[in-house]
Design a protein around this ligand. Structure first.
Ligand code: ADP
Ligand code: MG
Length: 293
């Protein structure tokens, strides 16, 4: 029998800006590998930030698990190691949904609304996920007319985004953080009888949320990188610490990830996905009952 000293090569399905997607161990699964690359302004700005991947992997796994616990269907299956998680493979809907509670970023710039202005009601925005075009903002009309999503899929994505916003607002407020805004992506999954499910996919981390300290207003998210404020990884560590995901001492020693501490974080809430019953949005089949008859 032949043995090899190198690990079997996994097939790369997609090499993105912040993550690499590998073929998973079973059909219908993929592995998300979280890189240390930080990019902004459609890749015009790029840097390697040691530890960012580990922190985002950990934070996203936690938030996805919490969202599952309130009935939001997500792609998350389990954490594999400090940089990787196993997720269900979905067909990504090429729309980014942004939910805003407080004016910041492009909303402030485009419409001249002072950053920090509390919106009387959350705003949901849509962007076409296309790097070549710079992720342009679009309306629900574009989405349906250009066939990126069906009306009932859109309705489901918006409804889920509102629930995610409500839940995450409470979660972050409990640890002294304001959720200013966030971006989510969804994907399609087909069941045994061709019924369609819409799942929350990609990641939820300080890379795609705006998080401000409640007391000081300090930014604890990727704006630190966009605005050259420095201390990106410390801010992400602060979020992870407040969520109770890493020890108070942190996981970075002398600018590098302390591999031992990071590896000892253990597998995160590994049970998700076993007892779960997904809810079909398909019009062609009868609704799935989320309880046992
Ligand atoms: N469960 C999933 N199945 C398939 N693709 C996914 C899943 N979750 C996320 N993706 C896609 O994988 C990519 C993740 O890598 P990322 O670095 O975020 O890429 P990008 O440069 O496109 O933002 C994204 O394009 C995202 O839409
Ligand atoms: Mg991305």
């Amino acid at each position: 029998m032949l043995f090899s000293t190198s690990r079997p090569k996994r097939r790369v399905l997609y090499d993105g800006k912040a993550k690499t997607i590998y073929e998973g161990p079973e059909p219908g699964t993929v592995i998300q590998y979280f890189k240390d690359d930080a990019t902004a302004f459609n890749k015009q700005k790029h840097a390697i930030v040691a530890g960012k991947g580990v922190l985002n992997n950990r934070i996203s796994a936690h938030l996805m698990t919490r969202l599952e616990s309130i009935g939001i269907p997500t792609h998350f299956l389990k954490s594999i190691n400090m940089r990787e998680q196993l997720v269900r493979q979905v067909e990504i809907i090429p729309i980014e949904l942004v939910v805003r509670n407080v004016a910041a970023g492009s909303l402030s710039k485009r419409l001249g609304i002072k950053e920090g202005t509390v919106l009387p009601y959350p705003i949901v925005e849509f962007y076409y996920k296309n790097d070549e075009l710079g992720d342009p903002m679009i309306s629900e009309n574009h989405i349906v007319t250009l066939g990126w999503a069906d009306p009932y899929e859109l309705e489901e994505m918006v409804a889920l985004s509102w629930r995610i916003n409500d839940y995450l607002n409470g979660l972050f407020s409990g640890i002294g953080i304001r959720l200013i805004d966030f971006k989510v992506e969804f994907g399609r999954l087909w069941g045994e009888y061709d019924e369609l499910y819409i799942l929350l996919a990609d990641e939820i981390s300080p890379d795609n949320c705006r998080l401000w300290d409640e007391k000081t207003g300090e930014k604890l998210d990727k704006d630190r990188f966009r605005e050259d404020l420095g201390g990106l990884v410390d801010a992400y560590q602060d979020v992870a610490k407040r969520l109770g995901l890493i020890p108070e001492s942190g996981i970075i020693q002398g600018g590098n990830v302390d591999e031992q501490i990071a590896a000892s974080l253990g597998e995160i809430e590994n049970e998700v996905g076993r007892e779960r019953k997904l809810r079909s949005v398909s019009k062609t089949s009868s609704p799935t009952k989320p309880w046992k008859a």
